[in-house]
Each structure stands twice: as C-alpha cells, then as structure tokens.
Write a protein that binds this ligand. Sequence first.
Ligand SMILES: Nc1nc2c(c(=O)[nH]1)N[C@H]1C(S)=C(S)[C@@H](COP(=O)(O)OP(=O)(O)OC[C@H]3O[C@@H](n4cnc5c(N)ncnc54)[C@H](O)[C@@H]3O)O[C@H]1N2
Ligand code: MOO
Length: 655
Amino acid sequence: MLEKTDQVTEDIGQVMPNRRIYLKMKSLKEAQSIFFSAFNFTNFLKTEVISTTESLNRVTAKPIFARFSSPNFHCAAMDGYAVNAELTFGVTLDQPKELTIGKEVFAINTGYPLPDNTNAVIMIENVVEKEGKIEINKAVYPWQNVRKVGEDIVATELILPPNHRITPYDIGALLEGGIFEVEVKEKPKVIIIPTGNEVVPIEIAQDRGIEKGQVIESNSWMLSSLLNTTNAICEKWPVVPDEFRQLKTTIQKAVESDAHLVIILAGSSAGSKDYTVLALEELGEVLVHGVTIMPGKPTILAKVNNKPVIGNPGYPVSSVISFEQFVLPILSQMQGFVYEERPKLKVFLSCPVPSKLGIEEFLRVKLGQVGKNIVATPMPRTAGSITTLTKAHGIIRIPAQREGIEEDEQVEAELLVPQAEIFNTIVIIGSHDLTIDLLTSELKKIDPFLNISSSNVGSLSGLMAIKKGRAHLAGTHLFDPETGIYNLTYIDRYLPEIPVKVVNLVIRHQGLIVPKGNPKKIKSIEDLTRSDVLFVNRQRGAGTRILLDYKLKQLNINSSQIKGYDCEEISHMAVAVDVLSGRADVGLGIYAAAKALNLDFIPIAVEEYDLVVPETLWETKKIQTILQLINSHKFKQAVEKMGGYETSKTGMVKR
Ligand SMILES: Nc1nc2c(c(=O)[nH]1)N[C@H]1C(S)=C(S)[C@@H](COP(=O)(O)OP(=O)(O)OC[C@H]3O[C@@H](n4cnc5c(N)ncnc54)[C@H](O)[C@@H]3O)O[C@H]1N2
Ligand code: MOO
C-alpha cells in the first residue's frame, strides 16, 4: 500500500515505490574509489586571470615564468664598504691595509646596488674607520657579501608549475619575479539543496521561532563554512519540501546550471519520504547508495549530467562525516591538488569501546595528556548530536573488521584541534556534576589556554581512571553505608597503592526529580514502588545509584518493585530530560538538574562531591590553577547561585 504522502509522478507516468532500501552498501574505500574515478576532471574547471595578491590557495592553470630577475642588480648582502676584492688580496692580521673612502671603498647598506667597479662588501664589523679611510686586516673574495643578479630568480625561469596550489610564499616569489596577475582555475561552484517538510530556513526561524516537529536548517550553513576551507563558491538554494516531482525538477535545474557539484541535504535514507535516490536514478546514474561508515551510512553518490551529485545524510554529524569523506576530496581532485588529511596522534582510550562489525565508525573523543599518555575519552556516539563534534578534540576510526577497541590499546586519533590544546587539557573522569561545567567555563576566563575534558562514567570508574593514570582528576560522591563517610573509604579500598589528595568540590542536594507541579504527587522513595510510577535510574557504579540502593535497603524495598529500575541514564541532566519529556515520571538526581529544566525537586539526601588528584600531579600548573579557581569567592558564589549546593567545605583538602 502506498502511503498518503507518496506521489504519483505525472512526468514519469508511474507510481512512486513506497521507499528505497539501500542498494548494496560499499566500504568507504570502495565508495571513494568508485566515485572519484567516475569523472574526468581535466579541463572540468575553466580558467580566469586574477591579481597575484588575491591568489592564495588558488590553483595555477599554466606554468608561470619570471618576468624580472631578483635581485635585478648586484646588491650588498651586508652593511659595510663595497670594494673591488682584488684590492684586499694579501691582507692579513700581520699585513693590514688602509683603503680610501669614496675612492677605493664606498659605504653601503644591505640591499643597495654595488657601485661600479666593486664586487664585494667588507662587513662593517671588520673595519676600523679612520679619518677618510678604513683599515682592514682580512681579505674578501670576489662576490663575498653580495647578492648577485638573479641569485633568487632569473628572468624567464619557472616560478610555479601548473596545477600548483598557491601558498603565501609563492605570492612573494611571484611578485618578486614581476608577476602581478596569474591565470588560475576558476573556483568550483557548489549548489546545496536542503530538503524536508520539517526543515525551517534560519531567516524564518529567527523571525517566528520554531514549532514542535520543526528543525532549523543548520546543515547548509555548516557545510558552506566547511567549503570555505577549499576554494569553492557555495550557493544555498531554498528548502525543497518532501515532494518527489519538485525535488527532481530542482536537482535537474541545479545540474543544468553552471555549478560543478550538487549536494542534496537529507532524504538519503530509507524513509517513506526519502526521495533523493529515486530522483537521482531517473536523472542520471546512482553509483553508490549506502556506505559502511557510521555516521554517514545513507550517503548517495551519483553522476548526473557528468557532474558529481551527492545525497548528504540529514543528521548533522553524518552530514559532516559524509561531506569530509566525499565532497572535500572531490573538490581537491577537481582543482588538481591532494586532499590534506588531518594530523594524527597516538592515544589510549579511557574505556573499552565496542563497535559494530562491518561498519567503520568515526568515534568522537576528547583528548588530554596525563603523564606520558594521551588519553581519549569517547563522546556520545549519536549522529544527531552536533555537540559531539563541537566538544571533540579528535576522531578515532574504528575499522570495519573490528568489533571494538580495548581499553589499553594504542590507536590513532585524527586531530580536530591544535595539538597544544590537547596538552593544555585537564582530564576529569567520574561522576557527573553541573559544577564541573561551571569549572570548565570559569577556568577559560582565568586561563584562556587551559581546557577541561570531562566525561561522565560514574564515581567508581573515575577512581579506576586515576588508578590507571588516565585522568588528572576524578569526580566522586560515593557514600559508604557502613561508616556514613563519603569517598574516603572507597579510595582506601580501590586506590590503596596510589597516593592521592582529596578536595571537596561541593556539598550537594540529591532528591527526586519530578515534572513541574508533581502531577503524580510523589513524596518519598516509597512512592517509587507505586504501579503508576515509572522511574529512570542511573548507571551501575554511579554514586547516585549507590545512594538509591542504600535508601532502598534502609526501607526494605526490593529493586524489582520499581518500574524502570533497569532503565539507565549516565548523567543527572539525562535523567531530568527523561522526566521533562515524559519518558519517566521520576528520577533521582541533583537539584541543579531539576532547576535547569524547571522541574520540581523533593530533597532526599545531602552528599559530598569530592575531587581525587594523584599526589604526583598536585604541584602541576593544571591542578594548582583548578585549586585556585575552586577556592575563589567568585566560584563559590556562582555555585551557590545554581541552587541545591553548599560551599562550606568547597576547596577543603580532606586528605
Ligand atoms: N529504517 C532506517 N532508517 C534510517 C536508517 C536506516 O538504515 N534504516 N538510517 C539512519 C541513518 S544512519 C541516518 S544518518 C539518517 C539520515 O537520514 P536522511 O538522510 O534520510 O535524513 P532525514 O531522515 O531526512 O533527516 C534526519 C534528521 O536530520 C534533520 N535534518 C535534515 N535536514 C537538515 C538540515 N538541513 N539542517 C539540520 N537538520 C536537518 C532532520 O530533521 C532529521 O532530524 O536516517 C536514519 N534512518
Ligand atoms: O549512518 Mo547514520 O549517518 O549513523 O546516523
């Protein structure tokens, strides 16, 4: 049965199939090879003559020969006196010589033309100036300290070959050689066509906001900004609704224009309204639909009107990865230069990462140097979260033939940020707390060169990271029911052989997070056993989970009595989001998370959130700067303002 939205296309006189599942998926290498070899880019781009001063990064269309020599006169290479070298022959320490200024020698500065009948320069340091004369005690040889005509560039010699990408140095050489205009390949023109009924252009979103179900059209802006790193000119077309005929006509218009490459955003997958592949099949040849990469799987690579046309997946991270793998290299190839890969670093993962066999994964990671090792902390793997790219320092590619990466395995990470940023990153692993986010932003204010990479893996995993030398700091709030003490007994148990310092970050209020107005009238932990109440839990090892289990034991409640006990989230905010979205009725978390999303909060406990630091790192600048910040009045004030925190022990070294 056709869906209501499927179109009967009059122009092709047939009924649209319901949807198109991917053709046979290709590996990244196969897909790139098929796509890149499908075009002959010789003379694909016309040429144009532009000013040399504007030619940075453009690609030469022809060989460029020098018009002038440089220098075009013999000139002094040093400050001193120009002389005919013969006059100095035989001069030594024992046999010094006086030469007359203005007759035999001539004062000269670096870069000035040599006077007639001179062929060398005596450096000013090597003369004793006397009345109208100089005394020397060392000979100079012909052309010593002189830049001869054409030393750098000889007129008519080749300055740049064709198909050369012009660098800043080339601009210097071209101008020196008297080349003020260059013939280069025209800039490739790229048309981006956003699609989707739900997609709202930014002008409209800015004016009217967006409604439920609508999405701001951000991908074309992101991709056109990426295009700025090439020479391409980008033309963004209006959003095309999910309507087959309109999409097909638009693509046709785009490929018949003077554009060299066309990108269609979204609609590349298997949805009932994903028409891109069908339109492309009718207009030209679909070379690849589906690449075994993640994100970026539904990429479509096609040839229409002899031009490359790309179906770029809608999720933002998928969009970027697909774009970087297929669009940027083909634009380089079109212009005749090699696509530059990102620099790489050897790193260790902070935890094992399983992955899907047969799929090459682009894992976004945060990086930081702890001791001698660069530690990579995986970011969430969702293709829909662009923040996994904005916050990432690098990308680790997990090969398709692997089922994951082990914790202690050394792997390569492609860098998304300058290397210095990684060396200046403080790695905090452990339990999640919003004051870590505050630390991150406040730290940037007091030291713009320091960064924090924090990952939320729970308190116990934080301690394990310290044990393995994978973190500078661990954030922990582990309650010991036996002693009533926070953290210290766990540190004794799990880190007996590692001397550490323990600093209190905050005292915080934990409680039940419920929707605004508390519709289910939840008052206490006992209410979690009600059949009409759906709970959301934290992951095993999280301090909040340990607190809950302790409270349940105290109240003699079995976890099986709680609906949703097995449903886990890895942060307080994730729990709060579940409550806000109605996925759960209640979760246990900190007040600040409830407040951030305007939810209600029923206090249950007060706990100590501490930072654990290996003693070996205590005196380092990174740790001392963090400690200075934590102890500042400004930081404590900002924490108090968030609500649900106390700072009476903040900065206190507990051990
Ligand atoms: N049954 C299956 N469903 C999906 C599969 C699959 O294999 N089987 N693949 C998934 C994968 S992987 C990806 S990636 C997505 C991409 O699909 P599309 O390219 O068809 O994109 P849409 O579904 O239209 O949109 C996805 C998402 O992106 C938003 N979007 C779209 N355009 C823009 C834009 N210009 N700016 C910002 N955001 C945009 C859109 O609203 C959606 O939220 O398919 C999976 N599905
Ligand atoms: O392959 Mo999709 O691009 O993971 O989200």
